[in-house]
Unconditional design. Structure first.
Length: 256
């Protein structure tokens, strides 16, 4: 009898532990082709994406998403062969993808994203054209005070994909935690453009890591990738570790 009572108590404890667990991760899709507020549940396929969720933007339409306050998701993904998603985050606000990070463009699903204000932050890797056939993704960072940054990992423009583009203009800034990689594997014809006075790409100097790789490439890939600084646009790196020396790699293996 005593053992039976213990078993019942343990069973009850197991149930309590099970129900006390965290919420399951979900992929929640934006559904309003006219745009609107991120915090409005009517604009999503379920509830508003939370810290454990992936926010997916895959409508073939051009629309603007605004934020009434800062937002944190596990990941933000943009897959749409038509139209442009504009993230009007707002001054002083941050849209964070703190877990799996940011992915723009998927197989046979190019995407165009504009960040027009505020801060868009990837805690995981930040990819524009990550995998094979992730082609023709574009991210534009525009406007003084507009910041896109990776906080932990590298920033990729066309890792394996082709014809992907990052444009920093009108005083916008992209700040990476580690290396900026432009077509560093099989990616071909990928471009970063920093255009106009006040527009900036900044990369820290981390020991044993290059600050920039253009066309690192494996055999047969990584060709015709470009970093362009135009009309006063700037690329800077600063020491984040004592004794670190900036390293730039252009055309490693297959070529730039």
């Amino acid at each position: 009898m005593q053992m039976t009572g213990i078993r019942k108590a343990l069973a009850g404890l197991s149930v309590l532990v099970l129900f006390a667990g965290g919420a399951a991760e979900a992929q929640i899709t934006w559904t309003d082709a006219t745009g609107g507020s991120f915090q409005d549940a009517d604009n999503w396929s379920g509830s508003v994406p939370g810290p454990s969720d992936t926010a997916l933007f895959n409508l073939n339409a051009s629309y603007t998403v605004t934020l009434s306050d800062s937002v944190t998701n596990n990941a933000a993904q943009f897959y749409a062969p038509g139209g442009t998603v504009t993230l009007d985050i707002g001054a002083g606000k941050v849209y964070r993808a703190h877990g799996a990070g940011v992915k723009i463009c998927d197989v046979s699903a190019p995407a165009s994203v504009v960040v027009s204000s505020g801060t868009f932050e990837g805690g995981g890797e930040f990819h524009i054209g990550a995998d094979d056939d992730d082609n023709e993704g574009q991210l534009t960072v525009s406007g003084a005070g507009t910041l896109v940054r990776s906080t932990s990992y590298d920033f990729y423009v066309g890792r394996h994909g082709d014809n992907n583009t990052l444009i920093i203009t009108n005083g916008g800034e992209v700040a990476t935690a580690r290396t900026i990689r432009i077509g560093d594997q099989r990616g071909t014809n990928n471009t970063v453009i920093v255009h106009g006075a006040g527009s900036l790409m900044s990369v820290p100097v981390v020991r044993n890591d290059p600050v920039l790789i253009v066309g690192g490439g494996t055999s047969g890939g990584g060709k015709n990738n470009t970093l362009r600084l135009e009309s006063g646009g700037a690329f800077i790196s600063s020491n984040s570790q004592a004794g670190s020396v900036p390293e730039l790699i252009v055309g490693q293996n297959a070529g730039a």
